[in-house]
Design a protein around this ligand. Structure first.
Ligand code: GLU
Ligand code: ZN
Length: 308
């Protein structure tokens, strides 16, 4: 089967080195196997994301020399325009009796964005699954609007990551019933990503290791909806001097600053060096790296983001 990969950034700010590493490796994974690369705009959260930021992101990718075969700002590749697909999947899960309303408020805010380290919601107790119909009716009468959760099985689910190998979780214990839709109607990242990868025919998912803990639930959701899960490839994280994951808050390493500091070739070379594809940083084009690309060369430990 031909490889169909994707890069799925959230246009909630300028990309940083970690996003760029994911983008470059998703690109190399596809280009080294003559597959198809999709750029999907994960703009579910209207408060954080915008079209302007998405346009900036595409400009930044092009500047670096990365292209894609489908996607970008066309409506069918922007999650904010794909509600009908999430709705259909949600109904399907509802028909299976797997969905219930949750009136708790904590951490719901984050459901539309991917749970990068330290930002994820805590394991949910399942409290609202036990509400009786009259208790629900009372909460509704008070004007409380619920989020919607999916009931996960008390089972060990595993994925075999293409880079990190076997990764298992007991879904009930380690993940908990997770949010599909926020109380304000915004669809959650976990549902949208699964539906989109399935409908777009994506079979290779390349992204940072901070999303590895989301892989078992996504793979389970995918199968529950009747689709074949993709092959996951998670990447080691880039960390700062103190070993902390780089985030969008590290403004000095965002694409605005990086474009001032490096040429596209130098930045590509730096990323390739981090990824184990060059013995030292030097100026290269993404195309120069295709023939030498192999997952076996990519390190597994966190990578200190040294910027020469
Ligand atoms: N949109 C997510 C992010 O930018 C990535 C989702 C994924 O690759 O599964 O953090
Ligand atoms: Zn609840």
């Amino acid at each position: 089967m031909d490889v169909v990969g994707r890069f799925a950034p959230s246009p909630s700010g300028r990309m940083h080195l970690g996003n760029l590493l994911s983008a470059l490796l998703a690109w190399l994974d596809v280009r080294s196997s003559h597959g198809l690369l999709i750029l999907r705009i994960e703009d579910l959260d209207p408060d954080r994301c915008s079209r302007e930021k998405a346009a900036q992101l595409m400009d930044d990718l092009r500047w670096l020399g990365l292209d894609w075969d489908e996607g970008g700002l066309e409506p069918d590749y922007c999650q904010s325009q794909r509600s009908r697909y999430y709705e259909a999947a949600f109904r399907k899960l509802e028909d299976m009796g797997l969905v219930y309303p949750c009136y708790c408020t904590r951490a719901e805010r984050l459901a539309a964005s991917a749970p990068h380290s330290g930002e994820g919601e805590p394991v949910y107790s399942g409290k609202c699954a036990a509400l009786r119909p009259e208790e629900r009716a009372e909460l509704e009468r008070q004007g409380r609007r619920p989020a919607w959760r999916v009931r996960v099985p008390d089972e060990i689910l595993s994925v075999t990551d293409g880079h990190f190998g076997l990764y298992a979780q007991n879904l009930k214990r380690d993940c908990g019933d997770f949010i599909l839709r926020r109380s304000d109607g915004v669809w959650a990242y976990q549902l949208a990503v699964v539906v989109d990868d399935a409908l777009m025919g994506v079979n290779h998912v390349v992204r940072g290791r901070d999303l590895l803990p989301s892989a078992p639930r996504q793979s389970w959701l995918c199968r529950t909806l009747g689709y074949a899960p993709p092959q996951y490839f998670h990447l080691p994280l880039l960390v700062d001097g103190e070993g902390r994951r780089l985030s969008k808050r590290d403004m000095d390493l965002d694409m605005g600053a990086l474009r001032q500091r490096y040429t596209p070739g130098e930045l590509t070379g730096l990323l390739a060096w981090y990824a184990g594809l060059l013995p030292e940083p030097k100026s290269v084009e993404p195309g120069d790296l295709v023939s030498g690309f192999a997952w076996a060369k990519v390190p597994k430990n966190d990578i200190p983001a040294v910027c020469p």
